[in-house]
Ligand binder design. Sequence first.
Ligand SMILES: Cc1cc2nc3c(=O)[nH]c(=O)nc-3n(C[C@H](O)[C@H](O)[C@H](O)COP(=O)(O)O)c2cc1C
Length: 305
Amino acid sequence: MMDLTVDLGFIKLKNPVIAASGTFGYGIEFSPFIDLNKLGGIVVKGLYFSPREGNPPPRLVETKSGLINSIGLQGIGVRRFAEEILPQLRRYDTAIIVNVCGQREEEYASVVDFLDKGEGISAYELNISCPNVEKDGQCPALNPKATHSLVSLVKKTCSRPIITKLSPNVTDIVEIALSAQEAGSDALSLVNTFLAMAIDPETRTPRLANIFGGLSGPAIKPIALRMVYQVAQSTSIPVIGIGGILSGHDALEFLIAGAKAIEVGTANFVDPEATVKIIDELRVYCQNHNIERIEELIGTLKVNL
Ligand SMILES: Cc1cc2nc3c(=O)[nH]c(=O)nc-3n(C[C@H](O)[C@H](O)[C@H](O)COP(=O)(O)O)c2cc1C
């Protein structure tokens, strides 16, 4: 019997495939298309304490091998999430992870403090890439001190495990990863989107109302993979790999690089069944290679230096 479970220490997932934040709604939107019980986990879209409108349109641009978005973290806020969404999600046998956002450190703490009172959440994923957290408009993920301060505060406030989600828009992602680990993060997920832009030469205007957006999809996979490998080599907490994963083959690259689990984002827009297809492809690979437990594969990159 094939064993696809992966143990993150604080939570055991039935398989390593998790739906990524912002690309899978609040999870239940995908229930007409796939059996959510099949997933290792679901990260719901980013939640601020209060409801938010997000940025003005246009907010999405397709590129040759990816997507640039400037949705601006539109969301329903914690109260509606706890009252309307969470009771529906609890019916499914999959790990529910809440992606937490904030304009200031205190807002992240308020979100986890509020949600901690209810049942049905396995962990929080801290989206430390939210802009405007610092007075200078920078997000904490760009700075090791700000990352440390935010993660420590949230860790003190909540009783559940914390996964810190790192931004790739830095010179040295390992430095930020080590800061989050030192501040008590239980795991790391990476990467969020790459800062990008697109221009319409006819009008000479930006294609996004916000000028800049975040690039995701297949275009970013090789860079994300490199970062996951570097972070997995340098830290001792579980790493969750994200970035351009479209197939079981892509997911395998991240597992072999050292990720204990992976998140699937943009692929959900191309094919709402992407997550379950990736799980099936992982199972077939394990069968074909006589791998009884998928965990045997994690971090097994062979390097001849
Ligand atoms: C439309 C859209 C919305 C997103 N919203 C969030 C979000 O709310 N919180 C977050 O941490 N990441 C968010 N992300 C980033 C994804 O979770 C993921 O980290 C990124 O897209 C890279 O993975 P991918 O190439 O598989 O899409 C969003 C991405 C997209 C495309």
